[in-house]
Write a protein that binds this ligand. Sequence first.
Ligand code: IPE
Ligand code: IPE
Ligand code: MG
Length: 245
Amino acid sequence: MHIPRHLAVIMDGNGRWAETRCLPRIAGHRQGVRTVREIVQECQRLGVDYLTLYAFSSENWGRPDDEVSALMELLSIYLREQFDLMLEKRIRLRVIGEIERLPLPVRRVLEETVAKTDDHDGMVLTLALSYGARNEILRASRRLAARVAAGELSPDAIDEELFADSLDTNGMPDPDLLIRTSGEMRISNFLLWQIAYAEMVFTPVLWPDFGVEELHWALTEFTRRERRFGLTRDQVDRRSGEKGH
Ligand code: IPE
Ligand code: IPE
Ligand code: MG
C-alpha cells in the first residue's frame, strides 16, 4: 500500500450523523472528534508525514452561534487531551487559516500547543481552522504586493515557489491524496492552490463512522491510481523504472 506523504481530509457529515439519530448536531461533532483521534493515531502509525484536517471553514462562521461555540469548545478539549499523545509520538501541530478570528482562549491553547510541539520531528498534524483557500491566497497576494510596493521584491521574482512559500502551508509538500467523507463531491474552499495534482477519494461514509478500515480502503484506492502530472504513461513508467521501483 502506498502511503501518501501528505494526506488532506475534508471531515464532513457530523451533522447528518446526528440528525439520523435524532440527536443534536453537536453530538455528531463530539463523535467526529473520536474519529479524529483514531485517524491521527493510525496515520502516525502508517508513517504519513503530513496530515491536514479541515476542521472549521471561513464559511462555517455563518452557522448558528451555539454550534460555533460548541465547536470551539470541542477544539480546546481536543487539544488539551491530545497533548500527551503529541509528546509521546513527537507529533508537531500546525494551524492554517485566520487564527485571529478564533476566540482568545482557544487561540491561546492552540498557540501554546504549536509552540510546545515545534521541535517535534514526527508527523506534522495541521488543523485548518477559520480556513478558506481563497482567503489564504488573498492574504499571500497582499503580503507579496506589500513587498513589491516597498521595493523589496520585483514582480518578476514572484514564481510558483515563492507564491507557495507565502501561503499558510509554507514548507509543506502538496497533498498527494485528498479524502472527503459524507458523499459530497466538492472542495468547499479547501487548499485550492495546493491540491492542483492531488488524487481525490470520496466516500459516502459520514465522518463519525469513518474508521481505520475506511482509511485503509481509501489508501488502497490511492495505491491503484496512476499519477501522471501531465506526462504520458510511457514517460511515467520510464521514470519510476529509473527510480528503481
Ligand atoms: C463537518 O460536519 C464538520 C464541520 C464542518 C465543522 P458538518 O457539520 O458539516 O456535517 P453535515 O455536513 O451537516 O452533515
Ligand atoms: C467543509 O464542510 C468544511 C469542513 C469540513 C470543516 P461544510 O459542511 O462546511 O461544506 P459544505 O457547506 O457542505 O460545502
Ligand atoms: Mg457539512
